[in-house]
Design a protein around this ligand. Structure first.
Ligand code: HEM
Length: 457
């Protein structure tokens, strides 16, 4: 019964299962398996991976997840949509993440970073991963719904965002049913995210109605949604397919910025800090870079200053290589007769394709001594030699993370503010890391960090 069955019956994350399969067949370009009764492939060869992620759009664009947008309104989002509906929504959402939009939005991220430092000063009692999840929920909340004078950590959206992110057995069951019996969801009109509909659709409607009355631009996501609504019907020029930018459609995208954005951002921050705690020499170099930038900006961090922090970028990249937030991705083949070039592998319609990111990032063919933390792998000079498809923390190709640049900026801003005032330490440097039983994410469960105020703070 393959990966899906092992996932249900064993206490392991999917990325651990695909990593095991990947290592068992070191000479194969791909390994055949099943997801219950559906044929599945675990890809090992980078050319085949490129074909799936970036090749013919109509063959492999599907995430392998069934949704019923008429019933499950929050599932109608750019992460879970497929086909033409996804293509049009993605086209309309992409301009929200340009450099100039991010620069305009930077003031929100900077305030989030400062509020985070104040929060850390209160010595919160939760585990570091939870502290970082709280920060990322609050910071994404601020970028979606805007900021006010109070701390982002007091946002009314925080409670709901945290609830939406909690691992819940009912949610796992609904996801599994979706995989095994998609028709069942349709017949019984079951919703995957029904619990959050009222709150999120209500919240976005309120924010949009208030904004319509305001003269000043706020440059947050709600502001950008309003711009889309003012332009009216969305239309795909190639096919003529049309969609209305309704409040519900905007709410589904906003909801998914939380679902898709918070946990990966928290994971990226957590592991970057964890590796710095394990390697104090590397942390010192990052501290030096941050202190220098703060001095140059006279204490006021700018968008350009954060964007240009080269050593922090190297540390973040190496950390996302060793600990990608999403350890395994899925695609579904949408037509019969598809062929993967290496090994001439014929792929039938409906076949699920696993892209084992964690396994690729730990393959010594791509990274010598893969278990060693070496930020220099990502220096300007060295990173030119890394194949695009061997470094996939944000995915690649048609469905690459839409929030990638936003996420990098937000993660770096949070790290820079925190490390300006704190040093991170860990008592778990030698611990064998354990992960939550999750379909894509890599959530560590048995390691922690301590934030210690720096002498200069
Ligand atoms: C460090 C933080 C993040 C990481 C590591 C990450 C990683 C990923 C990955 C691996 C994918 C799948 C790409 C693929 O299938 O090829 C993805 C998709 C996506 N991410 Fe992110 N992400 C992060 C932050 C964010 C943020 C902050 C947002 C929202 C503002 C976001 C929104 C999305 C969306 C909407 C998709 C679906 C794109 C599509 O299917 O067209 N992500 N992300």
């Amino acid at each position: 019964m393959g990966i899906a069955c092992d996932f249900l019956l064993q206490n392991r994350a999917v990325f651990e299962l695909t990593h095991e399969i990947y290592n068992k067949y070191p000479d194969a370009p791909a390994v055949g398996t099943f997801a219950f009764a559906t044929p599945a492939l675990v890809l090992r060869d980078l050319k085949n991976i490129e074909e799936v992620m970036t090749g013919d759009f109509n063959t492999f664009n599907d995430r392998g997840f069934n949704i019923n947008p008429k019933v499950d309104r929050l599932a109608d989002n750019v992460l879970l949509m497929n086909g033409i509906r996804w293509k049009l929504t993605r086209q309309k959402m992409t301009p929200l993440f340009t450099s100039s939009k991010l620069r305009n939005m930077y003031y929100i991220m900077d305030k989030s970073g400062k509020d985070f430092v104040e929060y850390l000063r209160t010595e919160p009692k939760e585990q570091a991963f939870d502290i970082l999840t709280t920060f990322c929920s609050a910071a994404i909340g601020a970028s979606v719904f805007g900021i006010h004078t109070q701390s982002i950590m007091d946002s009314p959206f925080l409670k709901m965002a945290r609830k939406a992110l909690e691992p819940s057995p009912t949610l796992t069951l609904r996801f599994t049913l979706n995989d095994m019996f998609p028709k069942l969801l349709e017949i019984f009109k079951l919703k995957i995210f029904g619990d959050f509909e009222e709150f999120f659709i209500g919240a976005i409607k309120n924010v949009l109605r208030v904004r319509e009355q305001q003269a000043t631009r706020t440059h947050d996501f709600a502001d950008l949604c309003m711009g889309l609504q003012q332009k009216g019907t969305m239309r795909d020029p190639e096919t003529g397919y049309e969609m209305e930018p309704t409040d519900e459609l905007m709410a589904a995208q906003a909801f998914f910025f939380f679902i898709a954005g918070v946990e990966p951002s928290a994971t990226a921050m957590f592991f970057a800090l964890f590796e710095m705690a394990k390697h104090p020499d590397i942390q010192s170099r990052v501290h030096e870079e941050i202190d220098q930038v703060f001095d140059e900006c006279d204490g006021k961090l700018t968008f350009e200053a954060v964007t240009n922090m080269k050593y922090l970028d190297m540390v973040l990249d190496e950390s996302m290589r060793m600990h990608p937030a999403i350890g395994n991705l899925l695609r579904r083949c949408m037509r019969d007769g598809a062929v993967l070039p290496v090994g001439n592998i014929k792929v039938d319609k409906g076949t699920l394709i696993h892209l084992p990111i964690y396994a690729i990032h730990h393959d010594p063919r791509h990274y010598p001594e893969p278990e060693k933390f070496i930020p220099e792998r990502f220096s300007q000079e060295n990173k030119k030699n890394i194949n695009n498809y061997a470094f996939l923390p944000f995915g690649e190709g048609h469905r690459i993370c839409i929030g990638m640049r936003f996420a990098r900026l937000q993660v770096k801003t949070g790290l820079v503010h925190a490390l300006r005032h704190f040093t991170v330490e860990t008592r778990d440097a030698g611990t064998n890391i354990k992960f939550g039983k999750l379909p894509a994410q890599m959530r560590p469960t048995n390691i922690d960090l301590q934030f210690v105020l720096r002498a200069s703070s």
